[in-house]
Design a protein around this ligand. Structure first.
Ligand code: 13P
Length: 269
């Protein structure tokens, strides 16, 4: 079993990565890891995540209250946001919050990442919605994020940044990297005259690969409420899929294809 000290070292290593890769500026961003149902490690508030040592890392309970912190260190001001993820997603072992340049630019422009432009992003993320703006450190961000948690492994935070979570610290960090890479490619390809999207059948094949590989986490391909209702999911819903079925999801073309399929099924009975 990996010791608590070793996990603290890993958090510092990931903090250095997000800082060195320009995913955070100054003292921004925060990271947490679940040890068990009532013990979590998290980065302290107000320090650069690029220069942490294990002594910086705080331990909190499921409410975000301090269990242990060295003098001069307090848990991240965003700990409530992390705790809301763990509460709603028992499969999640780690949460990473950062302000990567391109993903944050999309979050500021109010544009969710919904264009299917490359296989890896479609398989790893599906699409990335934007949770409505909330004041940092209050319950507003956790409340805004909550409805997306059952269906996504990453969300953009409006006018703020990005949040990614997964079954390990490294995977949560990789999700964040994937979000930023996807956002950057989307931005650049649109600058080059417009991203050429993968077709619906190409996207469906990628979703199928994801299912076959049994990849962990949540993905709108098989969990979006629209998908459950037989509506086209993910890359046609403009990122507005939430906890409730969104009647606007799906292009007219998609819906016509879906209705035609159902009619044909009835006729062939
Ligand atoms: P903390 O230093 O309190 O974790 O906050 C950083 C941040 O990015 C807030 O959004």
């Amino acid at each position: 079993m990996v010791s608590e000290y070793e996990i603290k070292k890993q958090i510092c290593e990931i903090g250095k990565r997000i800082y060195d890769r320009g995913m955070v500026a100054s003292n921004d961003g925060n990271i947490s890891v679940k040890l068990n149902d009532n013990e979590f490690l998290c980065t302290p508030t107000g320090v650069s995540k690029g220069f942490m040592t294990p002594e910086y890392i705080c331990k909190v309970d499921a409410e975000g209250k301090v269990i242990q912190a060295n003098p001069g260190f307090r848990p991240s001001s965003e700990i409530k946001m992390h705790m809301r993820v763990y509460k709603n997603r028992p499969d999640v072992q780690s949460v990473v919050h950062a302000h990567p340049m391109y993903a944050t630019a999309f979050a500021i422009a109010g544009i969710p990442l919904t264009q299917p432009i490359m296989p890896e992003a479609v398989i790893a993320l599906g699409c990335v919605p934007i949770a409505e703006y909330g004041t940092p450190s209050t319950d507003e961000i956790p409340d805004a994020v909550e409805k997306y948690l059952p269906y996504f492994d990453a969300v953009l935070l409006e006018n703020h940044g990005a949040l990614a979570f997964s079954d390990s610290l490294l995977n949560a960090y990789h999700k964040m990297e994937s979000v930023e890479f996807y956002a950057k490619l989307l931005y650049l390809s649109n600058q080059l005259g417009g991203a050429k999207e993968l077709s619906k059948s190409q996207v469906e094949r990628l979703f199928e690969i994801r299912r076959q590989f049994g990849l962990p986490g949540k993905h709108p391909a098989n969990l979006c409420p629209n998908a459950k209702a037989g509506l086209p999911s993910c890359h046609s819903c403009k990122g507005t899929c939430g906890a409730t079925l969104n009647a606007d999801c799906g292009s007219t073309e998609d819906l016509v294809a879906q209705i035609t399929k159902k009619v044909m099924e009835q006729l062939n009975k």
